[in-house]
Write a new protein. Structure first.
Length: 144
């Protein structure tokens, strides 16, 4: 489906079908403008120009599509890595909190270090949640 100011066009089929039809419409419009300017164009020249325009538009659309697919794959990899890091940090956080829950007779420097690390872990976990939500939003935007 394509929204053009003032109208809504529905294309049945896949991306290639849409790009083919869109390129044809654009080529026709370009051909008409060219015809209006010069009043007469040779039949072969008009067809050649439309084919060139169509091929160029198809190449550009395929290139954008491939770039979007690559970015989606990157987002999946980043998401997996962040989720793994989050699980690791949650485990470490649990261990640190258990240690800090019973500090009687423990080394004060170790308690201090564990407390600092526990705060760093909590901050990083919050950052991961924000990054994951941004990646999810980008994924949705690209998929549309």
């Amino acid at each position: 489906m394509e929204v053009i100011p003032g109208e809504l066009k529905n294309y049945h089929g896949n991306l290639d079908y849409y790009l083919e039809k869109k390129a044809g419409i654009e080529a026709q419009k370009t051909g008409q403008k060219f015809k209006d300017k010069n009043n007469v164009i040779p039949a072969k020249a008009g067809i050649q120009n439309m084919d060139d325009i169509k091929n160029q538009q198809l190449k550009q659309a395929h290139q954008r599509h491939n770039e979007a697919l690559k970015r989606l794959e990157e987002i999946k990899k980043e998401t997996r890595a962040l989720e793994a890091e989050s699980k690791q940090l949650e485990t470490e956080s649990y261990v640190k909190s258990r240690f800090l829950s019973d500090t009687f007779g423990r080394d004060p420097n170790m308690i201090k270090d564990y407390g600092i690390r526990f705060k760093e872990i909590q901050k990083r976990l919050r950052d991961i949640v924000v990054i994951l939500s941004q990646l999810q939003e980008e994924k949705i935007r690209i998929s549309k």
